[in-house]
Design a binder for this molecule. Structure first.
Ligand code: BT5
Length: 297
């Protein structure tokens, strides 16, 4: 194991979030309301509850300083000590012209916004592990969970992202986890990371909405860096799974072994097995196979 660059989490690293700064940034990006609690069970649950009223503004955000019962996928949990991390849930209420086929892409859209934030603002070589983990150096530092919500105004989506920021190694719940601290990131400023993430979520969502949720259409208005790429292409470019050997543990209990070749039009991971057959995988836990030097196979 490599030495922890900043082994002890000093309490001074655990400053509260600057709510005024986050609110100001959200107003600048034309986002909705902000709710930040000192402690809660799950920010996704809280935002889903607010969404049921039908009065929640598009791109409203719920966060907390201490999430005590965070959800992962398939009934799993998400564990983080108080003020050590970010738990950010965003409410997305697509307008009537948005194709429902675009809804499943919103979790990967948020994972992409997180990857961009980590690469550009924290100097961490982050990527997406299909379907929506954010990893760096083979370890997971952020998990994303999307929930479909039937609001009185139609279907909407809450996407929650949990980012490990200042946890020391002994504070991470599993050996496969990392934090910005353990990765030696250039910043542990949670408020700056929060606003950087929201800015990119708002920009990507607005562009994706302009093309009515078509993941294959070139995204407009995002500047030269994206070269008119589609959302599918931007996600695929940031996905570390693609081009590598993977084991996909499928819901029926079987394991598919092969090379992840690409991302399908519907967000499926396209895996070619050893016999040469291409499989479209829509639900699975994917494990990347490593060489003995730690690089992906
Ligand atoms: C996820 O699920 O990775 C989605 C996590 C989403 C958390 C956010 S926080 C804001 C919002 N509110 C919520 O209630 N949830 C969202 P999954 O792929 O199922 O991974 C869960 C697994 O990750 C667990 O079973 C652990 O093995 C591992 N895990 C738990 N806490 C972790 C952490 N802090 N860092 C890395 N891995 C963790």
């Amino acid at each position: 194991m490599s030495p922890d660059p900043q082994p002890h989490a000093a309490s001074t690293d655990r400053l509260p979030l600057d709510t005024a700064r986050i609110r100001e940034a959200m107003a600048q990006h034309g986002m909705g309301e902000l709710g930040i609690t000192t402690s809660t069970g799950s920010t996704n649950d809280d935002l889903v509850q607010r969404a049921y009223s039908g009065n929640l503004a598009h791109l409203s955000v719920e966060s907390t300083e201490h999430q005590q019962a965070g959800h992962g996928r398939l009934g799993r949990g998400w564990e983080t000590p108080a003020r050590s991390s970010l738990a950010i849930s965003v409410f997305m209420a697509p307008d009537p012209g948005f194709d429902s086929a675009g809804l499943p892409w919103l979790s990967m859209l948020c994972a992409t916004a997180m990857v961009q934030t980590l690469q550009e603002d924290a100097d961490v070589a982050a990527g997406i592990k299909w379907p929506n983990d954010v990893v760096a150096g083979g370890s997971k530092l952020c998990g994303v969970l999307a929930q479909l919500v039937a609001t009185p105004n139609g279907p909407a989506v809450v996407v929650g992202a949990g980012l490990n920021v200042s946890q020391g190694r002994d504070e991470l719940p599993v050996a496969t986890a990392a934090s910005l601290r353990t990765l030696g990131a250039t910043t542990l400023d949670r408020t700056a990371l929060f606003t950087g993430y929201l800015r990119r979520v708002a920009a990507l969502y607005t562009s994706f909405s302009t093309v009515h949720g078509d993941a294959s259409a070139p995204l407009p208005g995002l500047g030269a860096s994206l070269h008119g790429e589609s959302l599918r292409a931007v996600i695929a470019r940031n996905m570390v799974s693609i081009g590598h050997a993977v084991d996909a543990h499928l819901p029926d209990g079987t394991t598919l072994h092969g090379i992840a070749e690409d991302l399908g039009d519907d967000g499926a991971l396209l895996i070619r097995d050893t016999a040469g057959t291409l499989h479209r995988v829509l639900a699975a836990d994917v494990f990347h196979l490593r060489r003995s030097d730690g690089t992906y196979a």
